[in-house]
Write a new protein. Sequence first.
Lengths: 310, 272
Amino acid sequence: MVEPIIKEHAAIKTAKKSSFRSDKLKRQIVPYFFVLPNFVIFFTFIVVPAIVGLYYSFTDYDGLSEMNFVGIENYKEVFQSSEYWKIFANTFKYAFAVVPLIFICSLGIAMLLIKEIKAKGFFRAIFYWPTMISAIIVGVTWKWIFGDSFGVLNYLIESLGFKPIKWLSDPVFANMTVVVGTIWARIGFFMVIFMAGLQSIPTSYYEAAQMDGASKFRMFRSITLPLLKPTSFLVLILLLIESFKQYPLVLALTGGGPAKQTTYLVQYIYEFGFKKGELGYASAMSVVLFVVIAIFTVIQFKWTKGGTID
Amino acid sequence: MKKKSNILIYLALSVLVCIFIFPVIWVVLSSIKDSTELYSWPPKFIPDNPTFENFIAAFEKGNFGTYFLNSTFVTVTATVLTLIINTMAGYALAKYRFKGDTWLLIGFISTLMIPLEVIMTPIFSVISKLGLYNSLWGIIIPPAATPTGVFLIRQYLLTVPDELIEAARIDGAGEWKIFWKLIVPIAKPIISVLAIFSFMWRWDDFIWPLIVISDPTKYTVQLALSNFIGEFNVDWGSLLAMSVVTMIPVLIVFLIFQKQFIQGMATSGMKD
């Protein structure tokens, strides 16, 4: 998974062996001192909770009464719960709408922006800026536009002579508004990644293709797409992981409704863990979610050699 | 031919720009409308009587000033802490060889795999046991040890030649002094990238405050906004005004450090 980094690390280690042979005891302690604050925090707030969570998932812990070991009861319950699978399906539907749409839109905009145009920086800044806005405010913003009775969008629809749409209280449209909000907020991020990928393709390839009389579409299919494969793959995986973790935007925009139609996994887990006090069950659901996300992450690490694009 | 296609590109980009900035412009314009104009039908695009009454109401009645101060305190303190401990750890992993360093590196990298959303429940238990529940320090300390930060610093410092550090040692400088007087100035570009990102992560953070804080006087702006919009009768005037005020710090930071932001992201492919 992290082989390239570890290999690189091992190489440095061997190279340094000679220069470090004269290490004094003091100098051997120093690095631990430098790493310690970070390590303590990381251990307390990530490693410990991860272990505790795994443990909870095999108990009936409710936060108050004594916890009992219940084996794989919670997992059985997770896999048998029809509501859980409904929420799982909601999350999947959301992911499968968001991933291709953001992929295509951000690639499209990136391709426009790497051309020789004026005010490139201005355009890039405008598209990138929404990624800086918190998910909660993105939700507020779009709720103000999509609002059933006060939203400006319904005014436009009405003035064009159509019936207003119940954007936030109709199951299908409510999911659409979440997708629109996500696209608006996230395109800029992936656009920048695509721009970096596109810029790494040598222009000489296009020049040669042009001399051979290749069409624009042909160049896109035979040069851009194949050479952009690593970037595309990274974008796909990052998008998938992101959409499986969606929560704050939904909370602000639809609150998960109507009738749990826009409730996704993280919100569902939060409700069981924090509102219903079923910490054991919530932990089991978390473990299942972790496995799903971990699969994508491992693939991503393998592909990008441990978190760096290059 | 070339000119014609360029005009089409500008046209497409301009349409996209309008779609992209409309939502924010609409929120800003709405926030300076008085209560009658805010809900007037048909909606007015430009307010006739622009007013700051929503902003005043948000700060006076809505306690927004407290939330804003809480967020500022959390963001500034957490960013300072993040920079110090991540630079130290990144330096150790880049320039020292010690027992367990490989395992530590593997550990840091693998935690990138554990999203916070997955360990929400047990984190709550740990936070309560340590007495950090309902404390702003509970939002500041835990996310400060970000693996992304350690990694970013480490990768950057690997490019610094060892001879430089050796030379300082021969000159008799202590390890601690070398770190502050030599390494920190060298790593300044990457530290500022991390600073900008940390600022944005903390300011926009929602999940940590949600887990740690329940006392309304300790709310951060994001938590306050999410509670506000969940109310049955949303006071849109105040809500929009608060959202505008909350967007301003991030906008300023973005305008100043735009280049570092986009370069830092494109070269490291980082997320929080």
